[in-house]
Design a protein around this ligand. Structure first.
Ligand code: CA
Length: 234
């Protein structure tokens, strides 16, 4: 796809990782700008229009959570992808509360990183969306082209919104999906904060009922308190 190079801000204090990230971004056709502390990250984020920010949490001076919170106020629609330590669910939850859109855990694979970046850029309308093929959801088969879910003899109609939610959970199976992400991706709101997250909860409740999936841990769509939802896969 021909396009102008999208600019990405990298805020990371570890030089090897910072350089690695920039090399990968350049290789994939993006224009990275790298800074090594929170103050510089905020200054850059304020002064220039970036397509996305890659934000480390442990930074000298202002940490990544505070940078995220402040950037969120200045640029509500700027996608922020956090870099977190592996296995630190507390950091992930704190990041979502600070307004981050998504996360990758270090050490990350290049494929994982680029998939996260591209998903956020599509979500924010900066990359084009691809078509969605049929996919499984629990014991249902979801047929996007027909707006339907089928299971054995059962068949239910889906609204475009329900289809988007299922597609998002499928793509993010096993990962926490924040309400903010749901609002941005499914409701397509340029300013997700302007919408009540209650509409997300109501929609999820309806969908659980329709497909007969539960709300508790271990069922298909689990509520992660204070953070969002997680599709457990099957
Ligand atoms: Ca760090």
């Amino acid at each position: 796809m021909a396009r102008d190079k999208l600019e990405i801000l990298v805020v990371e204090d570890e030089e090897a990782i910072r350089r690695g990230l920039c090399d990968v971004l350049v290789y994939h056709g993006y224009a990275p700008t790298a800074v090594e502390d929170g103050e510089s990250g905020l200054r850059q984020g304020r002064s220039a229009q970036y397509a996305l920010v890659l934000l480390d949490i442990m930074l000298p001076g202002i940490n990544g959570f505070d940078v995220c919170r402040e950037l969120r106020e200045i640029r509500p629609t700027l996608p922020v992808l956090m870099l977190t330590a592996r296995g630190s669910e507390d950091d992930i939850l704190a990041g979502f509360r600070a307004g981050a859109d998504d996360y990758v855990t270090k050490p990350f694979s290049i494929a994982e990183l680029m998939a996260r970046i591209e998903a956020l850029l599509r979500r924010s309308g900066q990359l084009q969306r691809e078509n969605i093929d049929p996919f499984p959801f629990g014991d249902w088969s979801i047929l996007p082209g027909e707006l339907r879910a089928t299971r054995d003899d059962a068949c239910v109609d889906l609204t475009p919104r329900e289809l988007s939610i299922l597609g998002l959970f499928f793509k993010e199976a096993g990962r926490i999906v924040s309400r903010r992400t749901l609002l941005a991706e499914v409701w397509g709101s340029p300013d997700p904060d302007a919408l009540e997250t209650r509409s997300v909860d109501m929609q999820i409740a309806k969908l659980r009922k329709k497909l007969g999936v539960g709300a508790r841990r271990g069922t298909w769509i689990e509520t992660v308190r204070g953070a969002g939802y997680r599709y457990s896969g099957h």
